[in-house]
Design a protein around this ligand. Structure first.
Ligand code: AVI
Length: 314
């Protein structure tokens, strides 16, 4: 079995505490459900970041303070909607730069490129398709012009503490002294606001999670009975962690025919699917310092729910 998805599913469902990684949420259907989440009023993250990049583009670019042509390298660009405001500011102000969006999905990159060519014909765009870890370390950002890396949307929140540090160190290793990273991070706040964004009353986040079981059924000829599973999630305001789970509603067995694997689920047993970590500004300062950056400035939205934090490689 040389497919990592298959290996991860078997390992995760065989573990004592079952788990499946949220990175597998994003097949075509999952990506569409994520768009629905971003449009939900309760999912404040997208609007907050959009506000920051719309109203503070000038301040961000002034703080970056590159004196020559530079790259903007966006990791996991997706539909690039938030970034548009930043790009628009730069193009309209005749600032010289190249936009290098990186995303795992060819489809997403094709759409983004076509859209940006229409909306900002003067934009110099060089899309790359691939896992951003690979793209970053292979052809990386080591051109001789300065780079601003964008890692937006609170994607960093989906990594465990150890992975987060490793990821930031990896970014750092692939940057030149003086290069900048703009990191989008969801902040700790009133727990009810966070809880409502994830345990949403429309059931969209539930669909997002359950879609992973449907994906497993499709790809591995599985027989998960979708109605026999539910969704639960919980925000812990003390450590800032939203943890999401799929819950088995009865004792049941599931067969994944293609993998020739069988799994037992007990009544009320959980499969942990996602971590969405929220930070305080102090925690972010500490994280930056541990991974070789100095924080230049936290750019906050007007409600102080979200930050795009500018970190410089020291
Ligand atoms: C992509 N990521 C930052 C989202 C988050 O908020 O953790 C994924 C998501 N999960 C549930 N709702 C949105």
């Amino acid at each position: 079995m040389n497919n990592t998805f298959a290996k991860d599913v078997v390992a995760g469902l065989s573990a004592k505490e079952k788990h499946l990684s949220s990175k597998y949420f994003y097949d075509d259907i999952g990506s569409r459900i994520f768009q629905e989440i971003m449009e939900m009023q309760e999912y404040y993250l997208t609007d907050c970041e959009f506000e920051i990049l719309s109203l503070q583009a000038k301040q961000i670019i002034d703080a970056v303070n590159f004196k020559q042509t530079f790259n903007i390298v966006e990791l996991g660009a997706g539909d690039g909607l938030k970034t548009f405001k930043l790009l628009e500011f730069l193009v309209h102000n005749h600032i010289d730069f190249h936009y290098v969006p990186i995303d795992i999905s060819q489809g997403a990159m094709d759409l983004l490129t076509a859209d940006l060519k229409k909306r900002l014909p003067k934009l110099s765009i060089h899309p790359r398709v691939g896992d951003y870890f690979e793209v970053l370390s292979k052809e990386n950002v080591q051109t001789n012009i300065p780079s601003l890396l964008l890692f937006l949307g609170s994607n960093i929140g989906n990594y465990t503490e150890e992975e987060t540090l490793n990821l930031l160190k990896l970014f750092n290793e692939n940057m030149k002294k003086g290069d900048a990273l703009l990191l989008g991070v969801d902040l700790k706040k009133n727990p009810i606001i966070i809880q409502n964004a994830y345990l949403d009353k429309h059931g969209i986040t539930k669909r997002f999670n359950i879609n992973l079981l449907k994906r497993i059924n499709r790809e591995f000829d599985g027989d998960f009975k979708i109605d026999d599973f539910d969704f639960y999630c919980h925000y812990n305001p003390l450590n800032g962690e939203v943890r999401s789970y799929i819950v088995s509603l009865c004792n049941q067995k599931v067969l994944l025919k293609k993998l020739n694997e069988r799994f037992n689920f007990a009544y009320d047993e959980l499969i942990w699917t996602e971590l969405s970590k929220k930070y305080s500004l102090d925690e972010l300062d500490h994280l930056a310092e541990q991974s070789g950056f100095r924080i230049n400035k936290h750019f906050l939205d007007s409600k102080h729910y979200f930050t795009d934090s500018l970190m410089i490689k020291s």
